[in-house]
Design a protein around this ligand. Structure first.
Ligand code: SF4
Ligand code: SF4
Ligand code: FES
Length: 333
């Protein structure tokens, strides 16, 4: 078991001889639910089969409450509350899909879609269809910024635009190594990569949020290229990214060439061949080449996290560059 991954602490009842946890009773969309103290509203919704959208929440990450798409209406509360991080309380009456909730979710999606390229974010696109969100609501997109311009943005100097078009985070994709690319034109600032790289999994702290307001962005220290940063290429952030902003270079290159064909891909679950830990790998292959490696979050060994070898090293099966046969699709930088 990965010791760095935060897991829910066992409840007292899991230990023999300790008192049973307090049970809470609350009402969700007219259904009465009984849950253990400490359960989040999102968990209660999920246990009732209520499909609640999330963007910044993940089972294996600490909630950071930044996307606000999971909000629900709580009777007696002035504002909508984020279900992913709000703990259930005795007597709560919750409305998970009221017109107010739907309007809030639609607005969040429209604000994101007006400024971010959602073309490789199927989950977001599904949410937009579900809430009839209009990505053009705030007008046509402004011209992309030049390379590095967002990295140099200073607080208080944000260009607000002309009032007719929508400011965006469009910018050239960052390709500075042979393993994965960073296309921050697709970044919704969900923090999942930061959490994964930091205390929740990898503990490398190679990336963080820089800037403020609309200029907030994910950055290495002093915006240096990845090979000059603290990144160890574990790819945990790539796995966590819900929008394709972080992407295997092999996938990026195939997409650029119009050759990314999910219908022709196979997924194979296997064990990493590199050491005795035995992390679980899921290899995505196309045309007999490994094009992406992920790790299932429910694996008791790796819990979604891998090292550089498991994440990017299995392409050794393609053969060595210069030998007869295939060239590796990626190499360690
Ligand atoms: S690849 Fe690993 S070390 Fe590098 S930024 Fe992503 S999570 Fe951090
Ligand atoms: S790069 Fe991906 S994971 Fe990181 S904040 Fe942006 S959308 Fe989220
Ligand atoms: S999923 Fe709850 S705030 Fe993002």
């Amino acid at each position: 078991m990965n010791p760095h991954v935060r897991r829910p602490q066992p409840l007292p009842a899991d230990h023999p001889g300790t008192p049973a946890p307090r049970l809470l009773t609350l009402t969700i969309d007219g259904q009465v639910a009984q849950v253990r103290e400490g359960t989040s509203l999102l968990k209660v919704l999920q246990s009732l089969g209520i499909d609640t959208p999330t963007l910044c929440w993940a089972e294996n990450l600490t909630p950071v409450n930044v996307c606000r798409i999971c909000v629900v209406e709580l009777e007696g509360a002035r504002t909508l509350v984020p279900s992913c991080s709000r703990a259930a309380e005795d007597g709560m009456v919750v409305h998970s899909d009221s017109p107010r909730v739907q309007a809030a979710r639609r607005t969040v999606l429209e604000l994101l879609a007006s400024s971010v390229d959602t073309s490789t974010a199927p989950q977001m696109l599904a949410f937009m269809a579900r809430y009839a969100a209009d990505g053009q609501r705030f007008g046509p997109a402004q011209a992309p910024l030049a390379a590095g311009e967002r990295d140099r943005a200073l607080a208080g100097h944000h260009h607000l635009g002309d009032g007719q078009s929508a400011a965006t985070v469009a910018q050239p994709v960052k390709i500075d190594n042979s393993l994965y690319v960073r296309d921050y034109a697709k970044c919704i600032l969900c923090y999942k990569c930061v959490e994964s790289c930091g205390i929740d999994a990898q503990a490398s702290f190679a990336i963080a949020v820089a800037g403020r307001g609309f200029d907030a962005r994910i950055s290495t220290e002093h915006a240096v290229p990845l090979p000059e940063s603290a990144c160890v290429y574990c790819g945990t952030c790539v796995d966590a990214c819900p929008t394709g902003a972080l992407m295997f270079k092999s996938e990026h290159d195939l997409r650029q060439a119009g050759q990314w064909r999910p219908a022709d891909q196979a997924t194979t679950r296997t064990i990493c061949p590199f050491c005795g830990v035995g992390c679980t790998l899921e290899l995505t292959s196309q045309d007999n080449k490994i094009v992406r490696v992920t790790s299932p979050k429910d694996s008791p060994v790796s819990a979604g996290a891998l090292c550089v070898k498991g994440r990017f090293g299995t392409v050794f099966v393609h053969g060595v560059a210069g030998e007869e046969g295939d060239e590796p699709s990626s190499t360690v930088p």
